[in-house]
Design a protein around this ligand. Sequence first.
Ligand code: AMP
Length: 167
Amino acid sequence: MSSASESPDKATATNPLKHPNSRIAVLTSHFTATMSSEKDAALAAAAAPPPADSPTIFDKIINKEIPAKVVYEDDKVFAFRDIAPQAPTHILLIPKIKDGLTGLSQAEERHCEILGQLLYAAKLVAKQEGLEDGFRVVINDGPDGCQSVYHLHLHLLGGRQMNWPPG
Ligand code: AMP
């Protein structure tokens, strides 16, 4: 057992994760902080759910009220870089018109076309980004899915080896 007063060398000898400058320790603390802040954001969003079609931060991005790094746009789909990337390439694809699609769980038959267009746009953007070795598309839904913005969006992640199962 090591204590707080132990020297880094002694602590490292028993457990390398305890060395304050250990690369593993730095990475571990980074990923733990990232994971908990995303979960916190999702739980906070779930605790105060907005009315179905009230504007979200993504509406402000579409309307150019706040800046975003836009990578793709067509008449129905808008795509921009995630502000807190979880991979070298992390892009969000959203429908320009939400039409009640706060999340995938709210999808109805009339949404089939836009859902297909979002997936196809993800493929186009993956190609545009040079993700020839593969990529991942994620849709978080509701509190258990860690959704924090209630405007349906696809996460397009790539540029590194993904792991399975996801956290
Ligand atoms: P989710 O947790 O699935 O609802 O994903 C919401 C995503 O939106 C997160 O990955 C955030 O990092 C991202 N995000 C939030 N605000 C912005 C913003 N202003 N610009 C770009 N991405 C954002």
